[in-house]
Design a protein around this ligand. Structure first.
Ligand SMILES: NC(=O)CC[C@H](N)C(=O)O
Length: 367
């Protein structure tokens, strides 16, 4: 326990607002867009989800670290958040199967984290004023210098980040003798998506963010998948071109989150940055086809334009987010293509939407 060693730290928002806290261990400064996740469990999955790259994460749950860490809860090989802001940081953990403490995990992955922040006040401030760039720092005496550095941090709007987290080389996942072959574009893919596909008798080849249709086609896949990932979808021209090629040929295509946004853009539907994103594990979605509700895992700061989607002759809105009526899922009327803005793979979160993976496999079978 290192309670005594803890130094003062701050959260500085781009508009100059300061929140005070204490450092967990590591000293320094970390930058990113500040976002908040309301999940009560699943912190390790969130910290390692590539979609969070470039973001400072505020955990609204009162305790972070209380059940330690485990290798099974890695959604990628490393921590992807730029830093953590929390209320109570647990140096102790009480899960018998945990492999270590969150403090050790942060030390190993070189993560800057600060606690003792009034996270309720911070979140309500961001809710009112919108997502914005911020920094966390232990350099509390040099506010003016920090402000200058913060001004140089690029805005998330228009920022391409997928290339920073994508695999450099293609790789395989699952059993090579599986019935279905799926080509997946990695623009920030979570491990649990690959696991969900492999569990449904699929062998997956994962491709880098800038792979061409011909690269994927050479694998002779039965279906194509566009992953989740960080940043703005708009600059992802290679991924949009790839989606167009797949759609043009009417091949089975499924997209999750960033992949969903890429599919919308490939259809001429624009995306926009939300005032605040959806990040948590209890987001209500209505499936308009079955009329059933789903409690879903979400993590996005951009969304697709609803009016343009409604007016599109070949696109049907299949799911809506019940808090704000944003588009949560679409399918193409004349093509074998569908996508969702949320996370059927959960990890963390409820499994209400895992039927979407079954639907993709059905679409492949029927193709
Ligand atoms: N989880 C994701 O794929 C996020 C997509 C995109 N980066 C957004 O924030 O909206």
């Amino acid at each position: 326990m290192k309670y005594n060693k803890r130094e003062k730290a701050i959260v500085l928002l781009a508009d100059g607002t300061i929140f005070h806290g204490k450092s967990i261990g590591k000293k320094g400064t970390a930058f990113g867009e500040v976002c908040f996740n309301t999940g009560t469990t699943g912190y390790q999955e969130i910290f390692t989800d590539p979609s969070y790259f470039g973001q400072l994460m505020v955990a609204t749950n009162a305790h972070i670290g209380n059940y330690g860490t485990h290798a099974d809860e890695m959604e990628s090989e490393s921590v992807k958040i730029s830093g953590l802001i929390c209320k109570n940081f647990s140096y102790n953990y009480s899960r018998p199967s945990a492999e270590g403490s969150l403090e050790q995990f942060f030390e190993k992955h070189n993560v800057l984290a600060i606690s003792d922040v009034d996270t309720r006040a911070l979140v309500s401030y961001i809710r009112d004023n919108g997502a914005m760039n911020a920094l966390i720092s232990t350099d509390v005496e040099n506010i003016e210098a920090l402000k200058k550095q913060l001004a140089d941090v690029p805005n998330m709007d228009g920022l391409e980040l997928a290339s920073k987290v994508s695999t450099k080389e293609p790789y395989f996942y699952g059993d090579e003798n599986a019935t279905y072959k799926i080509a997946a574009l990695d623009i920030g893919i979570k491990k649990n998506i690959l696991k969900n596909l492999a569990e449904r008798d699929a062998y997956i080849k994962v491709f880098p963010f800038n792979a061409k249709f011909e690269d994927l086609e050479a694998f002779k896949p039965h279906g194509y998948f566009l992953s989740n990932g960080p940043g703005d979808p708009e600059p992802l021209m290679d991924a949009q071109t790839l989606a167009k090629e797949i759609i043009k040929r009417n091949l089975p295509l499924f997209g999750i989150c960033l992949g969903h946004q890429v599919i919308a853009l490939a259809n001429g539907i624009s995306t926009y940055k939300m005032h605040n994103g959806h990040r948590g594990i209890n987001h209500p979605v209505k499936n308009l086809i079955t009329t059933k509700g789903e409690i879903t895992s979400q993590n996005h700061g951009f969304a697709i334009n609803r009016e343009e989607t409604e007016q599109h002759p070949d696109i049907e809105i299949t799911h809506v987010h019940l808090n704000d009526n944003t588009v949560a899922g679409i399918k193409m009327k004349t093509k074998n293509c569908f996508s969702v803005q949320y996370h059927p793979e959960a990890s963390p979160g409820p499994h209400d939407a895992s039927y979407l993976f079954d639907q993709f496999i059905e679409n492949i079978k029927n193709a």
